[in-house]
Design a protein around this ligand. Structure first.
Ligand code: DGL
Length: 244
């Protein structure tokens, strides 16, 4: 069993990629919608929420935990690895290095939560690969709108916040909710290059499981969905997005 967590259903953008590499896996997906958004909360609060999920996953006997939330990764993973040295944590981060590798000369936007953008972990990555043509945009409230799934409100939000960046070539989707609204972002910014960490994190999970010879196989795909607010709408949306 592999645990995958996010503050909501955004982590489905990561699970989709994981399933391509591990099509017969058994996954427990934990959506913490009772406590989201994580992006506007303090690091201590987010750590408390994530620790509860980790405890639950360990009780269930997972062999690895994927933090499919950039905010939680940014503010928690270092501490989690110290506190649980025997647990395999695979953590996503904004794919800013990919810009450096693939299109470093392009005007770049990094869209992420406030928590991620202000975190020490992200700022270290940003300063390491800064191309001097990058704007960081804390998108407060956007993950909530994606949770809700109201496309009209999403378009309004993006129109208001992204209009002035028309002409950029790279957009880093630094929150796992944002790959779900690529089409909406294209409506404002046109045909930009998107960068997100979901493929990288899936490959790293696959690599680590094999390297450590951890048995993660199952006869067929099994996904258990848990939502901390027990909202059945979340599960419906999650299933639609998972197989989209
Ligand atoms: N999906 C989460 C991320 O990747 C955060 C959304 C939230 O603010 O809860 O950052």
């Amino acid at each position: 069993m592999i645990g995958v967590l996010d503050s909501g259903i955004g982590g489905v953008s990561v699970l989709r990629e994981i399933i391509k590499l591990i099509p017969g896996g058994h996954f427990i997906y934990y959506s913490d919608s009772l406590h989201n958004p994580y992006g506007d909360k303090s690091s201590d609060e987010v750590y408390g929420f994530v620790k509860k999920i980790v405890t639950y996953f360990l009780e269930r006997g997972v062999v690895a935990i994927v933090i499919a939330c950039n905010t939680a990764s940014a503010v928690c993973v270092k501490k989690l690895r110290e506190e649980y040295p025997d647990v395999l944590f695979i953590a996503i981060e904004p794919a800013y290095k990919m810009v450096h590798d693939y299109n470093p000369k392009g005007e770049t936007l990094v869209m992420a939560t406030k928590g991620t953008i202000e975190s020490e972990k992200f700022l270290a990555l940003y300063h390491k690969y800064d191309n001097n043509k990058t704007t960081l945009i804390p998108c407060s409230g956007l993950a909530d709108l994606v949770e809700e799934g109201n496309m009209e409100k999403i378009d309004q939000y993006l129109g208001k916040h992204l209009n002035k960046y028309k002409g950029v070539s790279n957009v880093v989707l630094g929150c796992t909710h944002y790959p779900l609204i690529k089409d909406n972002i294209r409506k404002i910014l046109g045909n930009v290059n998107f960068f997100d960490g979901s493929v990288g994190v899936s490959k790293e999970l696959f690599r680590q499981l094999n390297l450590r010879k951890i048995d993660y196989t199952n006869d067929k795909l099994k996904i258990e969905f848990i939502d901390s607010s027990e909202n059945s709408f979340k599960e419906e949306r999650f299933n639609i997005l998972l197989f989209q």
